[in-house]
Design a protein around this ligand. Sequence first.
Ligand SMILES: [Zn+2]
Length: 89
Amino acid sequence: MSKAPPPTPAPAAAAVPAAPVEEKKPEKKEKPKAPKRRIQVHKLYKVEGESLSRLRKECPRCGKGYFMAQHGNRLTCGHCGYTTYTQKG
Ligand SMILES: [Zn+2]
């Protein structure tokens, strides 16, 4: 009456030849080099007539000739890392 379907033989796993492993070399991405910014020293001074004024605060650690970089809320010395925070408000 009820005919059971003949068991279908499982498809024989075809012997897949192992693909040759390709050696992946890490690709070296060339980073676009940002142009090195040189400090524009002439912007640190202001000359009025015969008087010279310095526009940046000098580093108290390094002394004369080392100016502090002005950031949003702080002054930092790029030479020694001295940082002072300027409080706003
Ligand atoms: Zn310094």
